[in-house]
Structure formats: C-alpha cells, structure tokens
Design a protein around this ligand. Structure first.
Ligand code: ADP
Ligand code: YYY
Length: 238
C-alpha cells in the first residue's frame, strides 16, 4: 500500500505537469511550424485546428455543397467524419477514412475555407471535436488556430498570440510555392484575415490574457525558443 503511494508520488515528482497551450494568430505568423516544434521538443501532443476547417471545406466541395450558401453548409456540417492524429512528428487528418492532408492545402480549399468556417454549426461541431481531443491528451497538448484562447480552450495554461507584418507573412507564404506572385499572395492573405477577424462567431482574436509575440524580425528557431521558455515556466509553476 505504502509502496504504491510512494511510487505515485515519485512519478509526480519526475513527470512534467501536463500543460494545455493555445497558439493563435493570422496566416503566416508561424503557428504551425512553432506549435509542431514546441510540442515535439516538450513531448506534448499537437493539434492543427485549421486543418480541420480545411478538411470540412474539402468535403463540402467534394460533395456538391454550395459553400456560399450558409444554410446548405449548416445542414451538411454533421456529416463528414474528421479524425486528427496528434503526433507532432507526423500529424495526420482523415475525412471519412480518407487521407486528406494533401488535398486540404489546395488553392481552392484555401479560398473557400473562411466562408465555411464562419458558419456557426460548423464551428460548434469542430469546437466540440477539438475539446474532446484536448481532454484526451493526458500529457498535455499544443493547439493552434484562430479562436483557441478565446473560445475553444479559454482555461488553457498558456495562451500565445503570434503576429507579423503582412509583408513578412506574404513573403513566407509565397516562399512555400514556387513561382507564386508575392502581391497576389499578400492580397489573398489580407482578405482571408479580414474574413476570419470579421465573422460573428468566435472570430480571430487575441485573448486578453494571451502573450503577444511579434515574429516579423525573429527567425523560426527564435520563436520556438521563446515559446518553449514560456511553456517551461508554466510547467514549473504547476
Ligand atoms: N519567424 C519566421 N521566420 C521566417 N519564416 C518563418 C517564420 N515562422 C514561420 N516561417 C515559415 O513561414 C511559413 C508559414 O509558417 P506556418 O507555420 O505555416 O504559419 P501559420 O501556421 O501561422 O500559417 C512556413 O514556410 C514557415 O517555415
Ligand atoms: N481555430 C480556427 C482555425 C482555422 N480557422 C479557419 C480560418 C482560416 O483561414 C482557415 C485555415 O486555417 P489554417 O490555420 O490552415 O490557415 P493557414 O493558411 O495555415 O494560415 O481555417 C478557424 O476559423 N478557426
């Protein structure tokens, strides 16, 4: 009996406390790259919530749903089965059992995702899924998106809001696609940010208690180091 108690308390002394980290911000600020690296370095799970909104958008487009028709989108919102893998070293996403990780990154999905993700029934469904994934991550999790700190996980242990100038963000994004037009990338990115920030239901916003990190002049390793330090401080205080 006493051995069990001693073993349990020894484990509590050695295992780091589980932390829930919310990382939000607009497109191209470094959320995905930072979140994956931080989670991998600290042994946490990882969830890309943008991939889930992209996945439901991809399903709508494949199933003949008019994504400009909010009623049609709302009616279909419960149909696709979306499963996210939370290993930061190999994140996965399937829709109705099919690997969706490639097709969700097409230009067509990118240009439609803001309309679909503005529909309240879509947000309710995906938010519930995100909360259940976070609750199941026993060792802690880094969840990245637009409304994680404000709506999905308002009690997160640490909230980070990443920003960067539109110029830096557009340069990063267009650097990913060979031959892409920088001006057009910047215009599309600003348009998507405006749609995501302007929607009624849980818009892109910084939570009052989030730490804002401007990544414009920082390298990715510097941003990762900054967030790792913040997470370690929170863990130590738990
Ligand atoms: N601080 C940084 N400096 C330079 N490039 C960066 C930085 N952070 C991210 N990147 C690069 O910018 C691109 C977009 O980053 P990503 O993590 O996908 O952003 P987000 O998830 O916020 O849209 C990626 O190619 C990534 O490697
Ligand atoms: N928590 C979230 C995450 C993403 N979304 C929506 C709004 C975004 O424009 C799209 C795509 O998100 P994603 O993070 O993949 O976007 P990036 O192109 O990586 O910046 O999904 C959202 O509404 N709420």
């Amino acid at each position: 009996m006493s051995t069990t108690v001693e073993t349990a308390s020894a484990a509590a002394r050695t295992a780091p406390a589980a932390v829930i980290v919310a990382i939000d911000g607009p497109s191209g600020t470094g959320k995905s790259s930072t979140s994956k690296a931080v989670a991998a370095q600290l042994g946490l799970s990882y969830l890309d919530t943008g991939a889930q909104y992209r996945a439901i958008t991809w399903w709508m487009l494949n199933n003949g749903i008019d994504v400009q028709d909010a009623m049609e989108v709302a009616t279909a919102a419960a149909k696709p089965v979306i499963v996210s893998g939370t290993d930061p070293g190999a994140p996965t996403i399937t829709v109705d059992g099919e690997d969706a990780s490639g097709p969700i990154r097409t230009q067509e999905v990118t240009s439609r995702v803001s309309a679909v993700s503005a529909v309240p029934e879509v947000r309710a469904r995906i938010t519930e899924l995100q909360r259940s994934i976070a609750a199941a991550a026993e060792g802690g999790i880094v969840v990245e998106g637009r409304d994680i700190g404000t709506t999905v996980l308002p009690d997160a242990d640490l909230k980070i809001f990443l920003t960067a100038s539109p110029e830096a963000r557009a340069a990063r994004r267009s650097g990913e696609v060979r031959g892409s037009d920088l001006a057009a990338t910047k215009e599309a990115l600003i348009k998507r940010d405006a749609a995501d920030s302007g929607r009624k239901t849980s818009p892109l916003a910084k939570a009052d208690d989030a730490v804002e990190v401007d990544t414009t002049e920082l390298t990715l390793p510097q941003v990762i180091e900054c967030v790792v330090t913040l997470v370690e401080e929170k863990r130590a205080a738990k």
